[in-house]
Design a protein around this ligand. Structure first.
Ligand code: GLU
Length: 406
């Protein structure tokens, strides 16, 4: 008898039946690969600040390594970091149930906190409302929890923001939660106090969970954006997710967190204890410096936001001359969301995908197709790149639009 090797095809588990690769990360990877192959690609796809982590934070990390911050920490994170997070949160929150370190779980980037929150709150048969467009991973995270993501399209006349009425219209008895994000990735729209209040009132009335992703909160051009904690009178149904990645230019350090009702925080911690355990110890110490040395942190945030604003203004001025491209003037984050439905190109994934491909292949500029955000006729352009690259990138975007105009 001869031995036979039987090769079996990979049949994915039902856990990932619907899973798509992250389009934001895929675009960045493609831009890097083209650069490595010698193409001079301008990467306006990546959603990360192009600034160095401020020196006072880097030094704190170096000191922490030398002091022995090289081992496991508690799964939920070191106490000084959770205390610093609680102190900042309580400056916003007026309710009686003050935020304490026990309500906080530090994670490997805010992405992990968002995933953990979806996984412990939602399950089969549940529907979760997602104001649309929204960051690509919300839809996937809800689906990974085997719940149903329900995109609720925002109002184009109001920065593509959703209203409480639109959410109410999309709700069913199966609705269990809503994912908020202000400033919004990919539009840069900022929800004001009244808008958040009315959405929160609806969620309270219906008993929905509110997951509020505030990772871009400090990157807002008319001052710090309103936090859900500033309008909430109780935290019973609120999970706030934030991190150091954007405000402190610390994407690679991978530190995020969730502030949640105690029982939810404990469930998220238990889940995390079986996946990644604690976030990197040295990164947690760096984050303590970022959050506690306000005298050093505030000027560096102000500098970065000022630069983003200059780039935004330059890009908007150029786009004003091309009325065929619809633009939402962003009040925060560092993205321009462009309506390219006036182009001829089309693909399975909408006009945005055909446009993004043309722009990359013919003009060496990477942007993210809007299909990633459930709005296929748009593209997202990140201006987290040096001003000269943003200017050249927008010039080429306009040129590509003229070539493809219908
Ligand atoms: N949030 C960023 C973006 O939208 C980072 C990439 C990612 O994790 O998706 O580009």
């Amino acid at each position: 008898m001869t031995e036979m090797t039987v090769r079996r095809a990979f049949v994915p588990s039902p856990n990932i039946a619907q899973l798509k690769e992250s389009a934001t990360i895929a675009v960045s990877a493609r831009a890097k690969a083209l650069r490595a192959a010698g193409r001079r690609v301008i990467d306006l796809g990546a959603g990360e600040p192009d600034f160095d982590t401020p020196e006072f934070i880097r030094r704190a990390a170096q000191r922490a390594i030398d002091a022995g911050a090289t081992r496991y920490t508690a799964t939920e994170g070191i106490l000084p970091l959770r205390e610093a997070i609680a102190t900042l949160a309580n400056a916003d929150y007026r309710g009686d149930d003050r935020v304490t370190p026990g309500d906080i779980v530090v994670s490997t980037g805010s992405k992990q906190s968002l995933f953990n929150a979806c996984f412990v709150l939602f399950g089969p048969g549940d529907e979760v409302l997602i104001p649309t467009p929204s960051w690509t991973s919300y839809y996937e995270m809800v689906a990974l929890a085997r719940a149903e993501p329900v995109p609720v399209l925002g109002d184009p006349a109001n920065g593509l923001k959703v209203t409480a009425a639109a959410l109410a219209a999309a709700a069913t008895p199966a609705t269990k939660g809503v994912m908020l994000n202000s400033p919004c990735n990919p539009t840069g729209a900022v929800y004001d106090r009244a808008e958040l209040e009315s959405i929160l009132a609806l969620a309270e009335e219906r008993g929905w969970w509110v997951i509020s992703d505030e990772i871009y909160r400090r990157i807002a051009y008319a001052g710090v954006a309103t936090s859900i904690l500033e309008v909430a009178s109780s935290r019973d149904r609120v999970i706030l997710v934030d991190g150091v990645a954007k405000a402190y230019a610390m994407t690679g350090w991978r530190i995020g967190w969730a502030i949640a009702p105690r029982a939810v925080a404990q469930a998220m911690g238990a889940l995390q204890s079986h996946s990644t355990s604690n976030a990197a110890a040295v990164s947690q110490h760096a984050a303590v410096a970022a959050l506690t040395d306000r005298g050093a942190a505030e000027p560096s945030i102000a500098h970065m936001v000022g630069e983003f604003e200059r780039r935004r203004d330059a890009a908007l001025a150029m786009l004003a001359g091309e009325p065929g491209i619809g633009v939402i003037p962003p009040d925060g984050a560092f993205y321009l969301f462009l309506d390219v439905s006036g182009t001829r190109g089309n693909s399975r994934n909408g006009a945005g995908a055909a446009f993004a491909q043309h722009l990359l292949e013919r003009h060496d500029v990477a942007v993210v197709p809007g299909a990633a955000f459930y709005t296929p006729d748009w593209v997202r352009l990140s201006y987290a790149a040096p001003l000269d690259q943003v200017v050249t990138g927008v010039q080429r975007t306009v040129a590509a639009f003229r070539e493809m105009k219908s």
